[in-house]
Each structure stands twice: as C-alpha cells, then as structure tokens.
Design a protein around this ligand. Sequence first.
Ligand code: MG
Length: 474
Amino acid sequence: MAPTLPAALVLLCLPLVAFAKSDNADRPNFVVIFCDDLGYGDLRSFGNPTIKTPHLDRMAEEGQKWTQFYSADPVCTPSRAGLLTGRYPIRNGMTSAKRGVFFPDSALGLPGEEITIAEVLKQRDYATAAVGKWHLGHHPQFLPTAQGFDSYYGIPYSNDMARIKGAPNYRLGTDDPDYYADTNDFDVPLMENERIIEQPADQNTITKRYTERAVEFIEANQNNPFFLYLAHSMPHIPLFVSTDFRGKSQRGLYGDVIEEIDWSVGQVLDTLRRLDLTKNTIVVFSSDNGPWLAFKTHGGSSGPLRAGKGTTFEGGQRVPTIFWGPGRLPAGVVDGLGSTIDLLETFASLSGTSAPTDRKMDGHDLSPALLGKGTSPRNEFFYWTKGELHAVRSGPWKLHVVQREPVNYGREAPMDHPELYHLEKDISEAHEVSATHPEIVADLTRRLEAHRTDTADSLPEQLGARTPNFKYRR
Ligand code: MG
C-alpha cells in the first residue's frame, strides 16, 4: 500500500534530519555537569551505600568512571577558572591569599583576555550555554555572556552568600540531617544573561529549574553542535530541594539533594537519548571540589580520601567523575590521571580545533584514553590553594610541602616537614613515608620548584578587590 501523503512527507524529511545530525560527526556535542561540593564518596558508583543514584549508576556503567580525576582547586572560584580556561588558576589570578573566592562585594572577575572552553568551541560554531553557578565575577563584563557563552541562567556566586541580617546561622542547624533553611534568608540573585530576574532566588526549585533550562537548550540545538555547561548550585550549603525529593533519602536532606541531582542527570541523558544524540554527544559529570565537612550532616563524604573541601589532601580535590558518550567512548573504569584542567584541550582535540597557543596552558588531551586508544597523558598534578603551592603528584607519589590548618573546612594537623604518600598503596594519605624515600622527595621537590618558576609570570590576583561603598540589598 502506498503511504498516505503526510507519511510520505515524514519519510522524505527523515534523511534530512539524519543528515543534519551526522554532518556534525566531527563536532561532538559536549555537556559538562558540574556539582558544587559533591564528595568523592557521595555516589553509589563511587561506593556510597545510602544515597540512591540510579541515573548516575547507569551513566557510569555505560560510560567511563575515572577514579583519579582532580578539580583544579579545592574551592569554587579557582576550580571553575581552571576548568573553563585549561590553566592552573594561579595563572589567571583566580587564587589568592587575600580571599578564597568571589563575594557579592567583589569588584573583579575572570579577566576578559582569558579564553574559555566556550570561546574555543565558538571557533567551530558551537551554540553555547551556561546554566547554574558561575562564580567568576557577577558584573556584566565578567558574566558567561562575556566569556563565549550565548546565554546564561543561574545564580552568579555561592548560594549561601548575602545572608540577610538577623537570619539564623545555618551552621548551627547542621547537626540535624533534616534541618531546612528559609530560602528568603539568602539574598542571592537569579540571573538571565546580565539581568537579575529574581531576588532572593527561590532555591527550593533551583535544581529543577536549571534542569528545565538545560533540556530546553539541548532540544533547541539538536541539529547543530552545542556545548552546555550545567553547574549546579547544589549540594553547596544551604541545602535546598524540591518537594518531590524532600524527605525521601535514607541519608537525610543531603541525600535528598543528591538524589534530585541524579534525577537531573537522568533528564539530561534521557533528552539526549530521545533526540538520538547519544552517538555524538559526550557528557562529563564531576564536582568543583570535595565535601564541606565543617557542615556536618549537611556536608558530603570523601569516602576513603583524607579531608575535604579547602584542603589539598585528596578529599579536597579528587572528585567523582564520569565520562559518557556511548557512541564514541568505550565503557569501563579508567585509573589514569585526569583533571578538569584537561577538558579544554580534550574538547578542542575532539572538535578539530586548537587550544590557545599564545599563553601557557596546563591541560592534556585526554582523548586517546577516552576513545580507548591509549592511556591518559597526564602523569603530574600540582595542588594549589589560596595562591600557594601545596603539593605535587607524580605517578603514584604525592609530596605535601604546605598544609594550612583550614578554617571552615574541617580540622587538619599542621605539618612540621614535607610529607610523602604513595597514593596507590595508600589512597587515604594515612602513612607518611618521606624518611624511607629521600630520592622521591628530592625529585618531587625539584618538580615543585620548576612549577613555581614556570608560574612566576602569572597575572596578579583578582580576588581581593572590593566594590567601593558596596551595600547588601537588605
Ligand atoms: Mg564548591
């Protein structure tokens, strides 16, 4: 039987749709889902026994679980700068002894001359969107739309900033796993491009609304290459969750929040499946730093790793990371080293363009490891925080030369001599072995010195400057 006219039209259109998508085979879509303060031990696929993360479990099963993947820094602002620019944050002035991150009264942001992943992919005509937390400057000239993103929707800095006068101290509630704050106590703005559209942002629905925006962006760009940077505000304190998830997890409110993020990941991946984009899309799931342990039951877990956010122990920077791209990436567990700093170089390589060549870059192209054609080229990683070089990893060895006692981040004992750990035999940095390996200490000390010299020409720090006469709105 001959097809009816509408059916024939559909048949005629099909090859066109297929052509539009396959034409972009050399320009895969990229989605980065970046959590805030999610710990290494917070996902079932990374060993968590009580938080249910079925969508992330499936993502890890179909994709690649990277077990030794590092964020660029153990706190928000520099971590994001490192991811987006492929450079250690010291190079672009994004780590400072004066202030750890940007605040609502900060005057500056990521310098305009820095080149982000979005700008690199623009060379190949990608559509780009940033949804969620930015934290690289909230003045118009520093927002995502000034750094290669076509659009922005989100809370431009941390969701605990601008607590209004007289509001309860959130920290005091965190002994109670279900303590729930009032979203109106945090006068943070929700922005659309350069405009504030809601203040205080209703954070109860923030994960849900970020997710809706992400799905809309993917749907709108299904026929052209796209880069989506989806940076959740959660699970950074204060924890908020929509009513569908509240009170559902065994783990309390923190677990509820992670389970909503897991739902969100499911929405994104299901959208890619529904639109037949799985063959040509690579999704990366990771976290900006480790769990904020000082917030007790409202902070996450670093699993077997030592310490958490704000420290350069593994718990501060080794983050649960999954790469997913069923059409391109073979499934499995990858134990090679990687870092968010490598994403720019990797995406440039996979999309047939190049990373900036007019400045010092720190990323490696992870594509051979991702595509199953080789191992990760990264063999070394430097741990910085607050403008200070703390440690180096080379192969399995890690040498700490500075370890501040962090305020707010959970106690750690101060050091009296450089400490050496073998991370493969001792993932928890529990057994210090410098005395028996002086030649390794000497080698790593030389690497630290070389890196210090190499970063001596970095931009001046940008975090300390404040807006004159700044006043919080309320
Ligand atoms: Mg963070």
